[in-house]
Each structure stands twice: as structure tokens, then as C-alpha cells.
Design a protein around this ligand. Structure first.
Ligand SMILES: CC(C)(COP(=O)(O)OP(=O)(O)OC[C@H]1O[C@@H](n2cnc3c(N)ncnc32)[C@H](O)[C@@H]1OP(=O)(O)O)[C@@H](O)C(=O)NCCC(=O)NCCS
Length: 153
């Protein structure tokens, strides 16, 4: 079966609360990674309809701090599928609802997620069909990243 990225696109929002913060009043990186991993996994499950397991996280970049009180939006989209693995891009945005919903991208990463069977062995996932110019670009860039990774191994 071939599926488009739109079918598994996953987005949700949460208010950053004091319990999510570190000692300098911004959101703890581990908490953000938890939200990102959860969102990437849901996206991968929606695409594959299989059990999934996170294998690697690449290019994790905390570009801007996220402060307590902001609305945090986490968005996951599949860039590309390979055999058993899927590269899922996750972006995290901060949104200031007290300032006309002004939004900025704070964190990004690519999650490599594998589909597994009941014995935790990798199994093949449905192919991804990128449609828009943006989706095709993401698909090509994911292939380049995989080639670079494999060249290093
Ligand atoms: C996921 C797991 C079953 C894969 O098993 P494995 O023996 O490494 O199997 P493979 O080598 O065939 O790798 C599976 C896929 O992951 C990819 N992969 C493995 N290591 C990778 C890495 N470091 N970076 C990117 N992709 C990787 C492989 O390329 C393969 O993808 P493909 O089938 O599309 O080519 C195994 O690594 C595992 O159970 N890891 C623990 C996962 C976990 O506990 N995660 C945290 C909780 S979700």
C-alpha cells in the first residue's frame, strides 16, 4: 500500500506549565523530547498501522527557549519510508496567545522509527508517496541523510 504524508500528519498543542520547567524557567529539554517522541510515534503508527519503536534521533536542535505559559505546538510529518524504518520530522513551536498568537519555531529533529513485529523484529512499512513540492523536497533530503549515514557506517 502507498500512502501520502497527509494521512499521518500529527499535530497537538499543550500549555507549558511550571512542572515542565527547568531551574531557569524554560521548558526542560527532556520534557520537549518526550512530547516530540510521542508525536513522532503517533505519526509513524498512523502511517504504518504497526507497532513502532524509536531507533535514532538526528539533528535535534533547541534553537529558541520555550517559556512557561506559552502554548506549545508539536507537529510531526513523515519525510520518507525505507524498508522497516520511517524518517519523521518533528517541529515544536511556541505560540504566545497574549500577543496575537505570535508563533515561532523553537525545536526541530528527525526521528528514525522502525516498525516491529510481536518479537520486536523489524517489518516492512507501507511506501510513502510525496505529492507537494515541499513533501518531495523532504523525501529527497531524507534520502541524502540516509546515504550520508550509511556512508559513515
Ligand atoms: C528497532 C530495532 C528492533 C531494530 O533492530 P535492528 O536489529 O537494529 O534491525 P535493523 O538493523 O534491520 O534496523 C531496522 C531499521 O532501522 C534502521 N536503523 C537501525 N539503526 C539505525 C540508526 N542508528 N540510525 C538510523 N536508522 C537506523 C535500519 O536502517 C533499518 O531500517 P530499514 O529497514 O528501513 O533499512 C532494535 O534496534 C531495537 O529494538 N532497538 C531498541 C528500540 C527502543 O527501545 N526504543 C526506545 C523505546 S521506543
Amino acid at each position: 500500500m502507498i500512502k501520502t504524508p497527509d494521512k499521518s500528519y500529527t499535530e497537538w498543542s499543550v500549555i507549558a506549565r511550571p512542572k515542565d520547567a527547568n531551574s531557569i524557567g524554560t521548558i526542560f529539554g527532556g520534557r520537549i523530547m518526550d512530547w516530540m517522541d510521542m508525536t513522532a510515534s503517533i505519526c509513524a503508527r498512523r502511517h504504518s498501522n504497526l507497532k513502532v519503536s524509536t531507533v535514532a534521533v538526528e539533528n535535534l536542535h533547541f534553537a529558541k527557549p520555550l517559556k512557561v505559559g506559552l502554548v506549545i505546538k508539536i507537529c510531526a510529518v513523515i519525510n520518507r519510508t525505507f524498508g522497516s524504518s520511517m524518517e519523521v520530522n518533528v517541529d515544536v513551536f511556541g505560540e504566545d496567545t497574549y500577543n496575537n498568537n505570535k508563533s515561532f519555531k523553537a525545536v526541530t529533529a528527525q526521528f528514525i522509527i522502525a516498525a516491529v513485529d510481536d518479537s520486536y523484529r523489524p517489518v516492512k512499512v507501507p511506501e510513502l508517496k510525496p505529492e507537494s513540492a515541499e513533501q518531495i523536497k523532504r523525501w529527497e533530503e531524507a534520502g541524502e541523510r540516509r546515504n550520508k549515514r550509511n556512508a559513515k557506517a
